[in-house]
Design a protein around this ligand. Structure first.
Ligand SMILES: [Zn+2]
Length: 263
């Protein structure tokens, strides 16, 4: 299986052309021109569109791409806020065959209620759930408690070596936030150094879940030192009504990240 990044020319999205043998899957092809050109270069015998969630910057290219390439659309079946017209509705536990390979579909709500991610051994297509050094926001139909459960219950079993493919590259700003929360996190500082010269034309920064578990605070909320630090340094962000200390830390991080100005 081959996973190629494609860059939208009019939004900050990256989207994905996944191929196996002569079978192709376009994930969130927001930029129809770029998507259609990429598929025509590969000339697969079949191409389908897959929508991870209904936000317009992910699903907005579907109609044009479907018409141009005669592609069927696979999308979340049970969306409440952001339904997407589709030929096949996807639910948790479904499987998508692609050439000789297959993806498992996981329902991964929290950024939106409908969000799905795709997993095959070593590969996760994560949409707007996992970002390098960050987490999806919960502003447009999301819920931080659901996102916490997606991170730490539904997808926590995925192995460290899993390379994930998100819908945006916010690595540099996310790392500034990681170091704002944990100034002494050496893994965050090392990644920031490694990507200092990275340009959009180089494609998105990609990491593994194992790497993320070292510096991304959203993955590290079971760390008691981090929990204590959040309570001490950012007391206004901590909701003491939330009983589970890991969920309390996750919600505090989401809240802090929403208003983070940077350096
Ligand atoms: Zn989104």
């Amino acid at each position: 299986m081959r996973v190629q990044p494609l860059a939208s020319t009019f939004t900050d999205n990256f989207f994905w052309l996944v191929t196996d043998a002569d079978d192709a899957l376009l994930v969130d092809p927001i930029d129809a021109t770029v998507a259609i050109d990429a598929v025509r270069r590969e000339a697969p015998s079949r191409v389908r569109i897959l929508t991870t969630h209904g936000h317009p910057d992910h699903a907005g290219g579907n109609a044009e791409v479907a018409a141009a390439l005669d592609a069927r659309v696979l999308a979340p079946a049970d969306a409440i806020h952001w339904p997407v017209p589709h030929d096949r509705g996807l639910r948790h536990g479904d499987s998508i065959t692609l050439g000789a390979s297959a993806f498992d579909v996981h329902h991964a709500p929290g950024h939106t209620d409908d969000h799905i991610v795709l997993h095959a051994p070593g590969i996760l297509i994560s949409g707007d759930v996992f970002f390098v050094a960050g987490a999806g926001n919960c502003r447009n139909g999301g819920d931080p408690g659901e996102l916490y459960r997606t991170f730490h219950q539904r997808l926590a079993h995925l192995p460290d070596e899993t390379r994930f493919h998100p819908g945006h590259d916010y690595a540099s700003r996310n790392l500034a936030f990681c170091l704002h929360v944990e100034p002494d996190n050496g893994a965050a500082a090392a990644l920031r150094e490694r990507i200092a010269d990275h340009a959009r034309s180089d494609g998105p920064v990609l990491t593994t879940l194992g790497e993320e578990r070292a510096y991304n605070p959203f993955h590290r909320v079971h760390d008691e030192v981090l929990q204590r630090r959040l309570r001490e340094r950012f007391p206004e962000a901590v909701d003491h009504e939330v009983q589970d200390p890991a969920e309390q830390a996750f919600r505090a991080l989401r809240h802090l990240r929403d208003s983070f100005q940077g350096p």
